[in-house]
Design a protein around this ligand. Structure first.
Ligand code: MN
Ligand code: MN
Length: 314
């Protein structure tokens, strides 16, 4: 269950209203890399771990709940940045009052033309956050990546934290408000923290590469196709040893002829690797059996429980 505490996780404050920045900040409320996305992603991923990997369940739910706390901070900040706007909107009988406040003698037409902040703040939410990105595009469950495999999900989370971090970094450049900067700095820092937590959790799963169970074909796992003409860039992505499988990169200089000569890569033999078809099948069987056993043992079919209720001990 969720239990709400009225105090924010971080003491969010603003120096003065700023409807323009409120609109930008909405990106982290209902945008594709925002706090709701992060919260929902980890929350949804957690279900498949409840009994199977209780340690990862605990972490995912803790971080999901922290992300809901960030969502609350972002929403509160947007609300504070719109202070004045929301109050004036209630004064519906006084014509042009909001225009006077924001832009002196500006006309409503001018305001609509310039769209100085999210029009939805005015005509839909009455001056508060809504679940859209900064352009008013509605939030969608399509932002959520949850694939029921921790080696996949944790990598999705590392990527999500990277994106959330840089959006804060960009946002910081659009406000001068020292209080808002303080809050954004906190939120950005926490994404750096979460990045490392997900990475550390991934490292506890052995083996964790390639993601999931199937090992991939040793004939193709270390090939680099030079798919362009002109000067060729070389680096650890196409020369030397590959990062995870520790195979020697095979540089295919002229893919067009190579594909012809190998009848569409079907006559290729594995090179620069000691992985063999036989070894791989054996690994897949072992990992598949192990993962399946973990899930089956933790989740017996029939009567099921989610929680164990114990009397408080203190
Ligand atoms: Mn966050
Ligand atoms: Mn995070």
């Amino acid at each position: 269950m969720f239990y709400h505490s009225k105090e924010l996780q971080f003491n969010a404050r603003v120096s003065k209203p700023d409807p323009r920045f409120a609109r930008l900040l909405l990106e982290q409320f209902g945008g594709g890399n925002g706090e709701l996305k992060a919260a929902m992603q980890y929350f949804v991923q957690a279900f498949s771990c409840r009994h199977t990997y209780p340690d990862k369940y605990d972490m995912l739910m803790d971080i999901a709940t922290e992300e809901f706390s960030h969502l609350e901070i972002v929403g509160a900040t947007i609300q504070m940045l719109l202070n004045g706007v929301n109050g004036k909107l209630k004064d519906a009988s006084e014509e042009e009052s909001i225009m006077d406040m924001l832009k002196g003698k500006a006309t409503k037409e001018e305001y609509i033309h310039q769209a100085p902040y999210n029009p939805q703040f005015c005509v839909l939410t009455g001056g508060g956050p809504n679940v859209t990105d900064s352009n008013g595009t509605p939030w969608t469950g399509a932002y959520i990546n949850a694939n029921g495999d921790l080696t996949v999900d944790l990598r999705s989370n590392i990527a999500a934290e990277s994106r959330a971090k840089i959006v804060y970094e960009y946002l910081l450049q659009f406000t001068d408000d020292p209080y808002v900067k303080e809050t954004l700095g906190f939120l950005m820092t926490r994404e750096i923290t979460h990045f490392q937590q997900f990475e550390a959790a991934l490292d506890t799963i052995v083996p964790n590469f390639p993601p999931a169970i199937l090992q991939g074909d040793p004939r193709y796992s270390n090939m680099y196709f030079n798919m362009s003409c002109g000067e060729d860039a070389r680096g650890p992505w196409n020369e030397g040893e590959s990062s995870r499988l520790k195979e020697e990169w095979q540089y295919v200089e002229d893919p067009k002829s190579y594909v012809q000569a190998t009848e569409g890569l079907t006559t290729v033999e594995p090179q620069g690797t000691d992985r063999t078809e036989e070894k791989i099948r054996k690994m897949e069987k072992e990992i598949g059996k192990q993962r399946s056993k973990e899930v089956n043992e933790a989740n017996p079919v029939g009567e099921a429980y989610w929680s164990v209720y114990k009397p408080a001990t203190e």
